[in-house]
Design a binder for this molecule. Structure first.
Ligand SMILES: Cc1ncc(COP(=O)(O)O)c(C=O)c1O
Length: 360
């Protein structure tokens, strides 16, 4: 497909692979309209713009996420409000959300939109989240940047939001080196997003602009890469799930380790295999990351919640202690789709050594 894009000389922005990639993603996610973009962050920004979110509006979202989710709210000059996670999925706590929406409705201060994030390859508990948003007429954006290929109650990640966003950044389960996709239930939203993403150029012979636009479209060349990768998605999901099974089995008896659970009704991709490590006998999360780094193996802490980030100091948070614990003790292990059995065995061996087991 990449060769076709090169040979057809259609390497400029837009072209047949962009159209086909959008159609293939729409079919896979089961939402009718899709727009290929330069990043997932661009998708979040445009989602808020087309829903008319702006100055004076609140956007409620999971606090346990990557900064891009929260940054998007600031791009439209809205106010983010951060909501804690639940332990079952590590994602947005639906009970906390429903209660807080009821309370906000009583004082007429509902948010304009909620962003639910599907973290580390696993969906949030989306059915009650959708119900709580519908009850109050609040738009739901699903930030499924990390969860392409996952399902919840048999439905694809990304199919629950009024608008949904995926990322094809270099570290994601499929990648276009950098890229993203916005999908939506309504044609007028995606048409508007397409217009804004193409420098808001009106249809005239000359360059006519009635709105401020962005240069956010994906190129035909990168769409060809994305299509080839999408065709390989199921293999990659299977590989990441196998890695998760292997880590769980090998580290089952390691003191203090609890793996991110696979929530009821979810099939996670385990984009990243994550765990929390209760400190034991001088070994904690940071010791494990340091020991792995010493062997040239990269492991990372889980996301630092947004309500703890200096840039969002003073921002309202609803709850927070669950995500704080998931951050304080959380680690993401090497999880690439091409990780060989011997690579996993090395990771496990280094971890076990930190606890005084295995080779010294
Ligand atoms: C939860 C989440 N949201 C949004 C993004 C932004 O995607 P991108 O890097 O493609 O802009 C990412 C990943 O990078 C992410 O992990």
């Amino acid at each position: 497909m990449v060769r076709d894009a090169l040979e057809s000389n259609w390497i400029a922005p837009l072209g047949p692979h962009v159209d086909a990639f959008e159609a293939e993603m729409a079919a896979r996610i089961d939402l009718p309209h899709a727009l290929a973009l330069s990043s997932g962050t661009a998708g979040l920004h445009l989602a808020l713009e087309v829903l008319g979110v702006g100055v004076g509006d609140e956007v409620w979202m999971s606090t346990f996420t990557f900064a891009a989710t929260a940054n998007a709210a600031t791009y439209v000059r809205a106010t983010p409000v951060f909501i804690d996670s639940e332990l079952a999925s590590w994602n947005l706590d639906p009970g906390l959300l429903a209660e807080a929406l009821d309370a906000a409705a009583r004082v007429n201060r509902l948010p304009k939109a909620v962003i639910a994030v599907d973290l580390y390859g696993q969906c949030a508990d989306l059915e009650p989240i959708v119900a709580a948003c519908r009850k109050h007429g609040v738009y739901l954006i699903e930030d499924a940047a990390e969860a392409l290929g996952a399902t919840h109650h048999g439905r694809p990640a990304g199919s629950f939001g009024d608008l949904s966003v995926f990322s094809f950044n270099g570290n994601k389960i499929i990648t276009t080196s950098g890229g993203g996709m916005l999908l939506g239930k309504r044609k007028e939203w995606i048409d508007r997003a397409r217009y804004l993403a193409t420098q808001a150029r009106s249809s005239a012979r000359h360059y006519e602009h009635e709105a401020i636009g962005y240069n956010y479209r994906m190129s035909n060349l990168l769409a060809a890469v994305g299509r080839a990768q999408l065709a390989d998605l199921d293999r990659r999901v299977a590989a990441r799930r196998a890695t998760n099974v292997a880590y769980r089995a090998a580290l089952r008896d390691t003191p203090g380790w609890s793996f991110m659970p696979e929530a009821p009704a979810c099939v996670s991709t385990f984009w990243l295999t994550c765990a929390t490590i209760e400190p034991q006998a001088g070994v904690d999360r940071d010791v494990v990351i340091d020991q792995l780094a010493h062997e040239d193996i990269e492991a990372r802490p889980t996301w630092k919640p947004m309500h703890l980030q200096p840039v969002f100091a003073g921002t309202r948070a609803i709850g927070g202690s669950v995500s704080e614990r998931l951050f304080a003790n959380g680690v993401c292990l090497p999880s690439g789709s091409n990780l060989a059995e011997r690579d996993r065995a090395r990771v496990v061996e280094v971890i076990q050594r930190a606890y005084g087991h295995g080779r010294t």
